[in-house]
Design a protein around this ligand. Structure first.
Ligand SMILES: Nc1ncnc2c1ncn2[C@@H]1O[C@H](COP(=O)(O)OP(=O)(O)OP(=O)(O)O)[C@@H](O)[C@H]1O
Length: 268
């Protein structure tokens, strides 16, 4: 059973060794080894069903049938075995918009570690929440219910919550999916700003042009690593073809597989 471990190498924010992730005993990610460097901006790309969301969710600490190790740098390693300063944004479809909660409370939740459970939102947190809402273009939205927001506005709110979290590692699952161009551009600006601030950002993306233009590192995944490193070297026609071909032969009912640990794969 894998667990997060403190790392010796501080230039890596996350180091993965021979990681296999599975649902009901059927592997969705196989024998993944490599590292995300501290301060790197990495896109995870690959065909549908490649295991991208599964990997991101495992990095966030939501384990699913897991073998191998995910290790975080000791500087940000909490007692619970995951970084105390890690933020994870799942796909928006995973969020229940019917829940009667106001924008301010969603954003303030980003500060729950400072706030503590069941404590009222302080004046300072309210002021910070208004600031981060302004930073994502939502001045005056504090008292709106999330069910009243457009998809783009809700994504801005969720980015405001990430800003509130002030995390060192930020995991984003298809953050620009189904957004209008203006919102996608604005939120990409937030991501690039995190990168300038030397935070480690990992995003599952489908838009390869965006990846080529803005994401220096890429992990091309097709349940196993096809390539991992500089985006220009990873996103070659040969590698993309290999990822597509690998996808054609997937068997979702395949049993657990066994392979000796590798040392060769590299990452960011
Ligand atoms: N909760 C689950 N229970 C069982 N199987 C799952 C579950 N979630 C994902 N899977 C399976 O794991 C595999 C990888 O899924 P995952 O969602 O990680 O892929 P992905 O690369 O993010 O795909 P997409 O680009 O379509 O979002 C798929 O075969 C999927 O059907």
């Amino acid at each position: 059973m894998a667990d997060a471990q403190a790392l010796a190498t501080h230039s890596n924010a996350i180091e993965i060794r021979n990681l296999t992730l599975a649902y009901q005993g059927h592997p969705a990610v196989h024998h993944l080894s490599g590292a995300f460097e501290s301060g790197s901006l990495t896109a995870i790309v690959g065909p549908n069903g490649a295991g991208k969301s599964t990997l991101l969710s495992a990095l966030s600490g939501q384990k699913t049938g897991i073998e191998g190790t995910i290790a975080f740098t000791s500087a940000i390693h909490s007692k619970q075995g995951r970084p105390s300063k890690l933020a994870y944004l799942p796909q928006q479809s995973a969020i229940d918009r019917e829940f009667p909660v106001r924008v301010l409370d969603v954003v303030a939740l980003g500060a729950w570690r400072e706030l503590g459970s069941f404590r009222p939102v302080s004046t300072e947190i309210r002021a910070r929440a208004s600031e981060v809402l302004a930073a994502v273009g939502l001045i005056g939205f504090e008292r709106r219910y999330i069910g009243e927001l457009s998809v783009g506005q809700l994504q801005r709110v969720l980015f405001a919550r990430l800003l509130m979290q002030d995390a060192e590692i930020i995991l984003l699952d298809e953050p620009f999916n189904a957004l209008d161009t203006r919102t996608a551009e604005d939120l990409l600006g937030v991501v690039l700003n995190w990168h300038r601030q030397s935070r480690t950002v990992i995003a599952v993306l489908h838009d390869l042009e965006m990846v080529r233009q803005y994401f220096p590192q890429t992990l091309l995944l097709a349940r196993e690593v096809i390539a991992w490193g500089e985006s220009t070297e990873v996103l070659t026609p040969e590698n993309l073809k290999r990822a597509r071909q690998t996808a054609e032969y997937w068997d979702d009912r395949a049993p657990w597989c066994v392979r000796p640990p590798e040392n060769g794969s590299r990452g960011g």
